[in-house]
Design a protein around this ligand. Sequence first.
Ligand code: NAD
Length: 467
Amino acid sequence: MGDYNLLINGQMVAGDATMDVINPATEQTIVKAPRASKNQLDQAVAAAKAAFPTWSRTPIGERKKALIAMAEAIEKNASELARILTQEQGKPLADATGEVFGTAAFFKYFAMLDLPVKVIDDSPARRVEAHRKPLGVIGAIIPWNFPMILMAFKVPPALLAGNTIVVKPAPTTPLSSLKFGEIVKDILPAGVLNIITDANDLGGALTAHPDVRKISFTGSTATGRKVMAGAAETLKRITLELGGNDAGIVLDDVNPKETAPQLFQSAFQNNGQVCIAMKRLYVHESIYDQMCNELAALAEQAIVGDGLEQGTQIGPLQNKMQFEKVKEIIADAKKHGKVIAGGETTGKAGYFIKPTIVRDIADGTRLVDEEQFGPVLPVIKYSDPEDALARANASPYGLGGSIWSKNLDRAYDLATRMGSGTVWVNKHADLAPNIPFGGSGQSGLGAELGEDGLEEFTQLQVINIAR
Ligand code: NAD
């Protein structure tokens, strides 16, 4: 699988230690990846700090050109990046290819944005302008479900705004990020982009580092709390994109046969390992049995296997810890509901679980209340949409949610009363680089993507001139 190195100060360097990266479809070691020491983390931050004065003064037009060149480099190396992504993450090759091209598209999108000075008051009394200044060194912490595209939520807006950055991928999926570093390193001045990897032991140090001005974090709510606490000492800016327990509410006018494939895709895309996957589905009693049967049939038909094999629709869970957690949640769900599809592993090597549908289950169980983050969907019966909405809103999470109906007025009314940061109507998990995305409640703080996401990588400065 070739060599993998850290990117520090424009150079590809070996880690002070190494760590095994496992292919979740085979449980075999893919390669020994570099593992950075605390000293190497400090070197990466120092390089980013040293690169900041020049990069922040580089005209935005030059920074845009760099983002475009990075996008083109990603596209040119797409097939290699996609194969690496499938092997380390598990997702089918077609999905990995989509993620890689999506990453390039996100770089191109941010290359179109500007940070113009806004004139707030231009009167005989005063002229007041709002400027958006870069912050300094950014720490970007990434989870293992979408190693490439989630990096593209952070790197291009951070660099466009004139910041420099230290990226830390998840320990189980470092390879695509390291390969990305190798591919783009000569496009940028040394130190502007640094990529280090760890064995889950450097996130705290990056968060607490006195020379890092902001942490842009995507991961679990539990770790998000630690990031918030760790950033307090230096009053760092933080953006937190955390866990979710997205509800879908299906009203009584929906045709189960027509809609089930979309619902299935919303819940099982990336093997359910999506922050905005549909994680609990509330279905009206009048169509409940039919919807359960349609979903179970789709689950039975889905082809589960190694993402490198042609035809695979659902890969393995990404890592052993998640595999064990999902198995436990399914075991618990069997006590409180009825499994009508899946419910077991494939029995082969690899972290495979058959797509699982559980019916006759209610709120107050692990599967409904917790973030399962895997291929198992609870389908919950309701009779009053107001009651379903209240149950959807009862979660401490508030990432996404969706309403499904042929009557747009009814759906819209319920959508506006859902508590989540994003609400979709007749779809779920539709993200685009120009649409701001952020969670309410314990799903996060701040926003990513769009112009709002770009502004989060800046400091507001007001210039107020007497007349
Ligand atoms: P995780 O919180 O375990 O790890 C995320 C990252 O944080 C990893 O890079 C990890 O090494 C790092 N980390 C670990 N300890 C740290 C510490 N003390 N300080 C700072 N960083 C530390 O999450 P995960 O298991 O990799 O990812 C799954 C979770 O991510 C799910 O809850 C999912 O919903 C969430 N997620 C959210 C979004 C979103 O945009 N809201 C997107 C994808 C995933």
